[in-house]
Design a binder for this molecule. Structure first.
Ligand code: SAM
Length: 320
């Protein structure tokens, strides 16, 4: 097994099916830009082979399907059904939810049991301002459809000081009422935010979030798994919420994540632009792939930082 001096190893793989997205969220995409697919994206068969090889090379046992927006690509169905057949302990999906109704049947067929939907607001106008694409009601209907299918749903919200921070109590109530775990993601210093004043003005810390929630609810901190990115809190008799507090309480020292981009690059760290191309080795027979892959994984593990410093890399490219 490949382990670094902090005892970190790769256990969770995030696979970006495509860099394309039907949204252009203000904090993810610079003004005037639209997200297109990467130039040489791998087909579902190659991405599935990569998952199998990575599982053998490094003991990956959890996979998250992400993007870009994973539901916009035609390879979604084949990849989801294929990855669900692999001997993994957990498969999950992260989506903006816009196409959940359209993909309901294949999701049901796959037996996927949990899903994360990114949703920053319950206000239709603000939704248009932040996501710059899609439609709020369609997302809410998609969430209802997933709950009806019996999936465990989590919602990811990025609180932004001037845009949706005041909505934190309403979002939390919406989730608690439906048995959904809300996860706040502290704004990350990535892509165009790395050198922008808007990072500082829009950032909402864990402390501010807890102050805001504390005005409405009593809560206690609960245990989270060793390599969980979220700090979790229990509201007695109501439910749980989490905060991915990459700035306030960084999780880098216990990070077990590895990312595979849609065009075949491995990324060992969100806070490091280093990448390692594995697309060409997927043509080789498996026994030749493994030793090459292991060498590359040692390098990717070495890319992991001790603290999140931000990077020019963008979530949608490397798999948020
Ligand atoms: N399209 C899918 C979705 O919306 O969930 C998957 C990709 S998206 C890049 C994954 C997550 O990254 C979303 O929850 C999004 O809000 C988050 N994200 C993107 N840029 C971010 C940033 N700078 N800081 C914090 N979260 C960010």
């Amino acid at each position: 097994m490949i382990v670094d001096r902090l005892g970190r190893r790769f256990r969770n793989l995030r696979v970006s099916l495509t860099a394309a997205c039907n949204y252009a969220c203000t904090y993810c995409v610079p003004d005037g830009k639209r997200l297109l697919r990467a130039k040489h994206e791998l087909p579902a068969t190659k991405l599935l082979k990569a998952v199998t090889m990575l599982q053998q090379a490094t003991g990956i046992d959890k996979v998250r399907v992400t993007g870009g927006e994973p539901l916009v690509t035609p390879k979604f169905d084949e990849f989801l059904l294929g990855v669900m057949r692999l001997p993994l302990s957990d498969v999950s999906l992260t989506t903006n939810g816009q196409l959940l109704l359209a993909k309901k049947d294949v999701i049901a067929e796959s037996s996927l049991s949990r899903i994360n939907v990114s949703l920053d607001t319950l206000n239709p106008l603000r939704f248009k301002q932040i996501a710059r694409g899609g439609d709020l009601d369609t997302v809410l209907s998609g969430i209802d459809a997933m709950l009806e299918l019996g999936l465990k749903v989590k919602i990811n919200m990025v609180p932004l000081r001037s845009q949706n921070f005041a909505e934190v109590p309403a979002m939390l109530n919406y989730c608690l009422d439906r048995g959904i775990e809300l996860r706040f993601i502290e704004l990350m210093r990535m892509g165009h935010l790395l050198h922008s004043n808007s990072f500082t003005s829009e950032f909402v810390s864990m402390e501010s979030l807890l102050d805001s929630i504390g005005e409405h609810h009593e809560f206690v901190r609960t245990d989270a798994p060793y390599d969980s990115t979220a700090v979790r809190f229990q509201i007695p008799d109501r439910g749980v919420f989490g905060i991915i507090a990459n700035e306030s309480e960084p999780f880098c020292r216990a990070c077990t994540r590895l990312r595979l981009s849609s065009d075949g690059f491995l990324y060992g760290c969100l806070s490091n632009a280093n990448k390692h191309y594995i697309g060409d080795m997927l043509e080789l027979p498996s026994h030749l792939v493994l030793p090459k892959l292991q060498g590359m994984l040692v390098q990717a593990l070495g890319d992991k930082k001790l603290a999140f410093q931000g990077e020019v890399t963008v979530m949608k490219l490397i798999g948020g």
